[in-house]
Design a protein around this ligand. Structure first.
Ligand code: MN
Length: 248
């Protein structure tokens, strides 16, 4: 190997840092392929402008499940914004709310977004599945026309097997590698389905919000699990992104 492969951050909330421009510039300068997810259609263009003209940063259009209660009415805007980007997230389901009606509303919104995306056939989705993995995976289903990355997966071993069977990818972050459950799930993920993410600024590394370079922590953990060098683990993850996405 002559030079180290690119690092990958498939789920970073660039727009939620105090200085998004600095985070973007750092990722670009370091050549870290970064998917800048957004939580509502109304903030997409802000992130799109930040990523404009960059080689390594892509803006994603999203509608976070926890914002469906207040922003669910924006779902139709997603249909329009899908012409602007191939990347979609953060989307998904979050059942931390015990409110069944809110869960149903999330399911409706998620189903609509999946339907919009399926019509394109080449979208790359970064999906939130907290306490909802069974339903979220079932909603996407087998043979989804596009690529699906389950972000910060914390579902059951059974859900993990289903998602693997459906051809889904998994993005691993520095918080997952610190938790016993996260470690156990990572160990069961096929090596060719693993990507890395920070979920910054929500995930912290030390006292700091994680930034794209911190995916190196996840890579180091993967190297240990796979019993390869960190450079090799980094190359595996880069190859996985290339296989999933083609030209980034
Ligand atoms: Mn997130």
């Amino acid at each position: 190997m002559t030079s180290a492969a690119s690092l990958i951050d498939t789920h970073c909330h660039i727009d939620l840092y105090p200085s998004p421009e600095k985070v973007v510039a750092e990722a670009e300068a370091a050549g870290i392929r970064t998917i800048a997810v957004t939580n509502a259609p109304s903030v997409f263009f802000h992130t799109k402008a930040l990523a404009q003209g960059l080689t390594f940063v892509r803006a994603a259009v999203g509608l976070h499940p926890e914002l469906v209660r207040t922003h669910g009415g924006e779902v139709e805007k997603i249909a329009m914004l899908l012409d602007e980007t191939r990347y979609v997230g953060e989307i998904g389901l979050d059942y931390v709310t015990p409110d069944k009606q809110e869960q149903r509303r999330q399911q409706e919104v998620f189903a609509k977004i999946l339907e919009y995306c399926a019509a394109y056939g080449d979208k790359v989705l970064t999906v939130h599945t907290r306490r909802s993995a069974t339903d979220a995976i079932a909603a996407i289903g087998d043979h989804f026309p596009g690529k699906v990355i389950l972000h910060w997966f914390s579902g059951s071993a059974k859900d993990l097997r289903t998602a693997i069977g459906y051809g889904m990818y998994f993005s691993v972050n520095p918080a997952m590698i610190r938790s016993k459950n996260g470690q156990a799930l990572i160990a069961e993920m096929p090596k060719d389905r693993v990507l890395t993410e920070t979920d910054g600024p929500f995930v912290k590394v030390g006292k700091e919000p994680a930034r794209p370079p911190h995916v190196a922590d996840a890579v180091a953990h993967l190297a240990t699990v796979w019993q390869v060098s960190p450079d090799e683990a980094r190359a595996v993850v880069a190859n996985n992104l290339e296989r999933a996405v083609g030209v980034f």
